[in-house]
Design a protein around this ligand. Structure first.
Ligand code: EPZ
Length: 418
């Protein structure tokens, strides 16, 4: 297993280009299953999760040509199989996104239940409730869920929780349903909007994406071929902006859309970081000690849970006391124990983490546990005194393209040990 070794203390300076958004690429690549067309999808990030979704799509019968530059040509002439096997799904829960498209276009889907992960139980009851309301017959046995439907019917679906992939799964399923589907309390994340834009370009009739009520008018089939460019990754962008803050440097993140990072930029500004929003990106410069701010994670447009761990690393070096409340996942503080090993003063009470800022962190051997917790440890290591070795970096590779190259180009002393 690879490790990453970081020697902290350098102020990071320079420019970094943000990659395509992982959480937009995954649903959009799955959405190609819905249509007979041949699609050209660009700005696909080179990530482990994208490699996994490619294996899954190939397994189902998709024909994919990858130009190696982040561009794929994808078409789904006919279904080879309707099953997403356990060995693929267990590594990436986003595989459940094939449920809606397969049920909608081919009338049947069989997907291994994703199981939990480090940050929580991650149930898919809302995905299944919605498909059931659309007339699907759901069966759960031997760790698999099977969805069958002659033709899905439009339905009014209220989501008890604003589930991102739940909204995406049901929006995709509804594009080919007979009648109109209304998803209420829908997730408003920009990645949901990106998926809706792709589907509309394939001929789907969708209104309200980006609001909490999405209306989909089902069509007989999606035939149009389309070319689509994945949106930039706002979480990767937020991670690099936080890296400037935590190392006392200055970084321009090219290609990100500051509009999708309002909550994060506001919190960084509150902490005393100088933020400049430019037409083709955002710049962060730290000017002295970081101030302590309180953070509460919420569905978009609230503060994103995927930036919670990164901000906790920053608050560990702030000049006061901050409280971080995680409201989206039930166990997303696995990075706290590792930060403590580096000298952070953090106390967890339920879904609150109370962080008392310290003057310095010290490098130490630490272990990554999930994608964003690993990013948090990289940020802490870049600011810490001495050397840090992060193990289980496959978590990082799931969501950050060329992370050691990008941080090295910014002056960080970071190497991968294979
Ligand atoms: C998406 O996960 C993202 N993944 C996550 O990013 C992100 O953290 C999360 O949304 C929240 O923004 C992708 O888009 C591939 P949810 P998702 O359904 O859709 C509960 C990363 O780091 N829930 O919005 O799985 C659930 O347990 C990853 O890139 C149910 O109870 O998250 C959680 O507590 C991590 N039943 C809450 O809702 C359901 O049927 C929000 O989860 C579905 C969800």
């Amino acid at each position: 297993m690879d490790k990453i070794r970081i020697k902290g203390g350098k102020r990071l300076k320079g420019e970094v280009a943000v990659s395509g958004a992982k959480n937009a690429a995954l649903p959009i690549l799955v959405a190609t299953l819905l249509s007979r067309g041949e699609h050209r999808v660009q700005n696909i990030p080179k990530l482990m999760d994208v490699a996994t979704i490619k294996r899954l799509l190939n397994h189902l019968g998709a024909v994919i040509e990858d130009d190696g530059q982040g561009g794929w040509t994808v078409r789904m002439p006919a279904l080879a199989r309707h099953e997403a096997p356990y060995e693929l799904v267990k590594t990436m829960r986003a595989s459940v996104l094939v449920l809606g498209p397969l049920a909608a276009r081919f009338g049947e889907a069989r997907v291994s239940l994703p199981g939990g992960c480090a940050i929580g139980a991650r149930p898919i009851n809302l995905h299944l409730m919605g498909l059931e309301k659309m007339g699907a017959e759901i069966q759960i046995e031997h760790g698999y869920v099977t969805v069958r439907a002659q033709r899905l019917k439009g339905a009014r679906i209220y989501l008890d929780l604003t589930s991102v992939t739940g909204t995406e799964n049901l929006m995709m399923a509804a594009t080919l349903a007979d009648g109109v589907t209304v998803i209420e309390n829908a997730a408003r994340e920009p990645e949901v909007v990106d998926l809706a834009h792709f589907l509309i370009r394939c001929g789907a009739k969708i209104h309200g994406a980006g609001t909490d009520v999405i209306t989909i008018d089902g069509v007989e089939s999606l035939n149009d071929s389309c070319t689509y460019r994945i949106m930039p990754d706002r979480i990767e962008a937020g991670t690099y902006l936080t890296a400037a803050a935590i190392t006392g440097g200055e970084i321009f993140v090219r290609g990100c859309n500051p509009r999708y990072l309002d909550a994060v930029l506001q919190k960084l500004r509150e902490a005393g970081v100088q933020i400049r929003e430019e037409t083709d990106g955002a710049r962060a410069a730290a000017t002295g000690r970081i101030g302590a701010v309180d953070i509460k994670t919420l569905p978009y447009p609230g503060f994103p849970t995927d930036m919670q761990a990164q901000m906790m690393a920053l608050m560990a070096l702030s000049d006061g006391l901050s409280v971080i409340t995680e409201t989206v996942f039930e166990n997303r503080f696995t990075h706290v124990a590792e930060l403590r090993r580096m000298g952070a003063n953090i106390n967890v009470q339920g879904n609150n983490a109370i962080i008392k800022g310290t003057q310095r962190l010290s490098g130490a051997p630490v272990m990554a546990s999930d994608l964003r917790a690993s990013a948090c440890l990289v940020l802490a290591a870049l600011a810490a005194e001495g050397e840090t070795e992060i193990s289980r970096v496959y978590h990082l590779d799931r969501g950050y393209e060329q992370i050691e190259q990008k941080f090295s180009n910014l002056g960080g002393e970071i190497t991968r040990i294979t």
